[in-house]
Write a protein that binds this ligand. Structure first.
Ligand SMILES: O=P(O)(O)OC[C@H]1O[C@](O)(COP(=O)(O)O)[C@@H](O)[C@@H]1O
Length: 336
């Protein structure tokens, strides 16, 4: 696949007013989400839930792509149609999570590094055959008095860049995701400094590994104070700090940037994205790739009565897509 082909997929992922729905929770993470609302974590429940989300009427008006998990990309609807086929019909680009999750970084207590490079070339080839057009790898950066170490930043960015190069070789658009975790009591300034160090290291590593930025997407956290910080920030402050750090570290040749929600409320995640787009134009489209902030309201509804609330849960996720699609244009009018 040529770089032009990769670029056109990347551009479609961040088409105006559209974003990504992240439904790639690993079995361990979906277990947590299901447990919080009293749903049993069985393969059938996971399949049914992902079908509910992917086939929500109107979802595709504001959703360009969906990130799937290894189990999900092999699953089908109740009527036996593979999810990837359903998505193709709806114009939702299939993506796949390919990292194997974070593990403690030896020698650096509190830091983690994401694994999954071994055998990745073969796995990517299989996912491409199954219909994936982009892939995602998430690096986790923790903040505390002693974290992150520069070693952790470098190790994670090196892995992200190795993964991104392999994706492009396989004809998949890499969605590179460094997530600076919101846990802790750090200030917005500390979050800014960590984002700056991580993004500098990331784009350095991508350059070193010959990754063509024109065929890649950045998925990143917002510059925001820790959840337990005494001083929380105004929406405009988060928007301004996030845009500032991106402008000083991310080359303009990148086709687009999407955000994760990271534990923000639905309203915060939408308000922050909207505020960023209101202070544009920026060198790249700024959109969303939310997991929890797209799904949590729908999941709660479905959990209460899987049959009776099915259609309502679908309406709810489609409504979140619409709100975030408006925020991606700076045209969200909710919350006022
Ligand atoms: O820990 P896991 O199972 O890899 O999942 C992490 C989740 O974090 C994300 O990267 C972002 O999700 P949120 O928007 O909920 O923070 C998702 O794509 C993914 O499902």
């Amino acid at each position: 696949m040529s770089i032009e082909d990769l670029e056109s997929i990347a551009l479609a992922m961040v088409a105006p007013g559209k974003g990504i729905i992240a439904i790639d929770e690993s079995t361990k993470t979906i277990a947590k989400r299901f447990e919080s609302v009293g749903i049993e974590n069985t393969e059938e429940n996971r399949r049914a839930y992902r079908e509910l989300l992917l086939t929500a009427p109107g979802l595709n008006e504001h959703i360009s792509g969906a990130i799937l998990y290894d189990e999900t990309i092999r699953q089908s609807t109740r009527d036996g149609v593979p999810f990837t086929q359903v998505m193709k019909k709806l114009g939702i680009i299939p993506g796949i999570k390919v990292d194997k999750g974070p593990v403690p970084l030896a020698g650096f207590p509190g830091d983690v590094v994401t694994e999954g490079l071994d055998g990745l070339r073969e796995r990517l080839a299989e996912y491409a055959k199954l219909g994936a057009q982009f892939a995602k790898w998430r690096a986790v950066i923790n903040i505390s008095e002693d974290n992150p170490s520069s070693t952790a930043i470098e190790a994670n960015c090196h892995a992200l860049a190795r993964y991104a190069a392999l994706c492009q070789e396989a004809g998949l658009v890499p969605m590179v995701e460094p997530e600076v975790i919101m846990d802790g009591d750090h200030s917005i300034d500390v979050s800014y400094e960590v984002h700056e160090a991580v993004l500098r290291s990331l784009f350095n590593a991508l350059y070193e590994q010959n990754v063509m930025l024109e065929g890649a997407i950045l998925k990143v956290s917002m510059v925001i104070p820790g959840k337990d910080a005494e001083e929380q920030a105004e929406v405009e402050e988060v928007a301004e700090a996030t845009v500032r750090v991106l402008k000083s570290t991310v080359p303009a040749s990148l086709p687009g940037i999407v955000f994760l929600s990271g534990g923000q409320t639905d309203e915060q995640s939408t308000a922050h994205l909207n505020a960023m787009n209101r202070i544009g134009p920026h060198p790249w489209p700024l959109s969303f790739s939310y997991g929890r902030a797209m799904q949590q309201a729908a999941l709660k509804l479905w959990a209460k009565d899987m049959k009776a609330n099915y259609a309502e849960a679908q309406k709810t996720v489609a409504a979140r897509a619409k709100e975030n699609g408006q925020a991606a244009l700076g045209r969200w009018t909710g919350g006022k």
